[in-house]
Each structure stands twice: as structure tokens, then as C-alpha cells.
Design a protein around this ligand. Structure first.
Ligand code: ASP
Ligand code: MG
Length: 423
């Protein structure tokens, strides 16, 4: 039998009991005859606690040292999981990201994987051991320093390693039974999806569904790695992330796979921009220079009387102040009237490959919002997604009414949230 890569999230290894439970599961997989490689996250909220600790020491921790600190979280879990497996009578060896051959770019806190050279992991497997790898970290090719790959990136480590080892499957274990039609914390009647295509999962992950790291889904799609998202607290079959199936868009397939929401964005409006060629370029050039990651953009028709227009866009809330400062710098150059900043917003997205072949999805979504008295502030779409920005206070009701409108509600509550603090 082939290689199985399993990734256990922070809530699955939150304490000694969790670590022993996970070790038992790993050993059970090994006993079925598989070679097992495990990727672990830091225990519980360790990463947040380490960050808080750093901030108590200095408001601006040097990025190199912050990465050195944060990677310790995953090293704690990997060693403990290896010990727990040894206690069960099986051979296990733990490896840091660097030892596992996770080669990255040099940007601390958001390094990208360039290559994986898993020689030591392969040797451990060949020796009959279970290899335990620290997620979310690697080593920079240029600086040789230890790097982290961004919050939640252990998923990405797991899929990248699975691809490099040519594993049969990458199993992502968390505290929920799989990918749901909406966040079960917001929609208790959300249903577990048995199967989601890579492209739908990409849209869901990019729209705020927190179950999988976006880059992990990109990696899975590129390498055609089947991903099985499931709970470490139950043995239920979870959700399979796979290539789009043939029956997509037919009667058997739901038109909408899910409703995602994202509360991490803010909206900036540049008011009274002269309606001239090159103004938008100047504005977005300034934003790009500040490293702001722009999501939705809306430009109004200019008012005939003034020849001016408003441009609004959304971006991650943490980029908000940098972006405002960058825009303030080009005020005279662009000649806009003023800037507005709003972080009391949320984004709701409905995602489904079936919308390609079914007209009227947009109308149905907007009618559902209207019947709840929810005002739409911005709209954007892709081929298989419709997203709207609404006021922060309307987010939960918007998710719930869209979920109902598209017939996604389960008859009885299926979703169990087993652990985690949702932090
Ligand atoms: N421990 C890291 C974090 O909390 C990585 C992960 O959990 O995937 O972001
Ligand atoms: Mg975590």
C-alpha cells in the first residue's frame, strides 16, 4: 500500500490526551499497512500565545526572531506525537520543516514553498518509521534562516509533502467532520459536503471558509492530490476535495455548494476622483507600492455635473492603515476629494460550479437578501461565485438566508464542533 499523509490541526493535539488519541489513530493507519507521514500544527492556541508573548517583549518583534519563536510551537507537538507513538510500540521520528526538506523563499511570516526535498522523510519511511513533520515552517534557500509560511499553513505543508512523496492521499484532520455548506457556528443546519471540486474549494477558501488554507488547495489542484478533510474526533467519512466530476451541472449535482463569509476585510472609498485617464492606475499603483492586497473594486459612473467619480475597494483589514497612508501621500497628484474607511463590513459569497449552467442564481441570492432587509454595498462575481459586501451586523442573517434560499438546510442538525476555540 502507498503513503498516507495526515495533518492534525492545533485543536486535535491541544493537550496530552489529544496527542495520545492522535497517536493511536496514526498507529491504526500504519497497522492497515500504509506508510504514514504526519504533519502537525502547534498545540491549541500556542501560536497566538507565542505571538502575544513576543508583543509583551517588544511591539515590533524582528521578523527573523518571530519566526524562530513561532516554529517552536510545531516542534513541541511533533516531538510529543513521536513520543506517544513510541509508547504504543511503534517507531517514530520527528523532523522540523527544515529537516524535512521544506525549502522556501526568504520572506519571514509569509514564505512560499519553492521545493521539497524529502530525503530524510523517505529514509525514515523506508526504515519502517512513522515520520512526524512540523507544519507551517521551512528554511530559506537564500538566507538559510528558518521561515514560517503564514497562519494556518500547516495544511499547505501537508499537501506539498504529499505531492513530493507521491502519496495516495492527504488527510486533513480538524475539529469538524469536513467541509460544510456554511460555517456550522453560524448556520446550525449546515450540511456536510461529501465531495467538492478543487475549483469550488479554491473559491470557498478564498471567500473566508476557514477549514482549509487557500494555498493548500492551490497546491492540491496543481498536483492533483486527493484531499480528505475529516475530524480527528470521529471516524466518520469527511469531505473529499477532487477534480470536478463529469456530472457537474446536471440534476444530481447541487447548483450551489456552499455559502462562505469573511469578516476580515475593510472597505476604502476614494471620493471625488477626477474622471480622467490614468487616475485609477495612479491610485492602485500607490496601493500596490504599499503591499495592499486588493479584493473587490467598484467604480461609479461619474456625475455629469462634476466630472468626478467614487472608487471603492476592499482589502484585508490589517492592510487598512498602510493603504490609507499610501493614498494620503498621492492626494495632490490624484486630486480626489476625500477618503472614507469602513471596517464594519462582511463579505458573503455563494459558490457553486452549477451556476455556470443555471441562470437566475444572482437574482435568487439578491432577493433573499432583500427579503431580510439587507442592503448590498458592493458586488463581485467569478464564473462560479457571487460575493456581496454587507454591513457587519447583517453578516450572520445574510449567510442564513442565502443558505435557506438555495435549499442547503439539513432537516436535522448534522454539524458537531468537537473542539477548538475558533481563535
Ligand atoms: N500553528 C500555525 C497557526 O496557528 C499553523 C497552523 O495551525 O496551520 O497558524
Ligand atoms: Mg493553528
Amino acid at each position: 500500500m502507498g503513503i498516507v499523509v495526515q495533518k492534525y490541526g492545533g485543536s486535535s493535539v491541544a493537550d496530552a490526551t489529544g496527542i495520545k488519541r492522535v497517536a493511536q489513530r496514526i498507529v491504526d493507519t500504519k497497522r492497515l499497512g500504509h506508510d504514514v507521514v504526519v504533519v502537525v500544527s502547534a498545540m491549541g492556541d500556542t501560536t497566538d500565545e507565542l505571538r502575544d508573548l513576543a508583543e509583551q517583549v517588544t511591539p515590533l518583534p524582528p521578523p527573523r526572531e518571530l519566526d524562530m519563536l513561532l516554529t517552536a510551537g510545531e516542534r513541541i507537538s511533533m516531538a510529543l506525537v513521536a513520543m506517544a507513538i513510541a509508547q504504543l510500540g511503534y517507531k517514530a521520528q520527528s523532523f522540523t520543516g527544515s529537516q524535512a526538506g521544506v525549502i522556501t523563499t526568504a520572506e519571514h511570516g509569509r514564505a512560499k514553498i519553492i521545493d521539497i526535498t524529502p530525503g530524510r522523510i523517505q529514509a525514515a519511511i523506508d526504515d519502517g518509521s512513522i515520520a512526524i513533520v512540523a507544519g507551517f515552517q521551512g528554511v530559506s534557500q537564500d538566507t538559510k534562516d528558518v521561515t514560517t509560511l503564514g497562519r494556518g499553513a500547516s495544511d499547505t505543508t501537508a499537501v506539498a509533502l504529499a505531492a513530493a512523496l507521491k502519496a495516495d492521499v492527504c488527510e486533513i484532520y480538524s475539529d469538524v467532520d469536513g467541509v460544510f455548506t456554511a460555517d456550522p457556528r453560524v448556520v446550525p443546519t449546515a450540511r456536510k459536503l461529501d465531495k467538492v471540486s478543487y475549483e469550488e474549494m479554491l473559491e470557498l477558501a478564498a471567500s473566508g471558509a476557514k477549514i482549509l488554507h487557500l494555498r493548500c488547495v492551490e497546491y492540491a489542484r496543481r498536483s492533483n492530490m486527493p484531499v480528505h478533510v475529516r475530524s480527528s474526533f470521529s471516524t466518520k467519512e469527511g469531505t473529499w476535495i477532487l477534480p470536478a466530476s463529469e456530472d457537474e451541472g446536471t440534476m444530481e449535482q447541487a447548483i450551489i455548494s456552499g455559502v462562505a463569509h469573511d469578516r476580515s476585510q475593510a472597505k476604502i472609498t476614494v471620493v471625488g476622483v477626477p474622471d480622467k485617464i490614468g487616475e485609477a492606475a495612479r491610485i492602485f499603483d500607490a496601493l500596490a507600492g504599499a503591499g495592499a492586497n486588493i479584493d473587490m473594486v467598484v467604480q461609479n459612473v461619474s456625475a455629469a455635473a462634476t466630472g468626478r467619480t467614487d472608487i471603492s475597494f476592499t482589502l484585508p483589514r490589517e492592510d487598512g492603515q498602510t493603504a490609507m497612508a499610501a493614498l494620503a501621500k498621492v492626494e495632490s497628484e490624484v486630486g480626489y476629494e476625500k477618503l472614507l474607511f469602513d471596517d464594519q463590513i462582511g463579505k458573503i459569497s455563494v459558490v457553486g460550479a452549477g451556476m455556470r449552467s443555471h441562470p437566475g442564481i444572482t437574482a435568487k441570492f439578491f432577493a433573499a437578501l432583500a427579503s431580510e432587509g439587507i442592503n448590498i454595498e458592493m458586488i463581485s462575481t467569478s464564473e462560479i461565485r457571487i460575493s456581496v459586501i454587507v454591513d457587519d451586523v447583517d453578516v450572520e442573517r445574510a449567510v442564513q438566508c442565502a443558505h435557506t434560499a438555495f435549499g442547503l438546510d439539513a432537516d436535522e442538525v448534522e454539524a458537531v464542533v468537537y473542539g477548538g476555540t475558533g481563535r
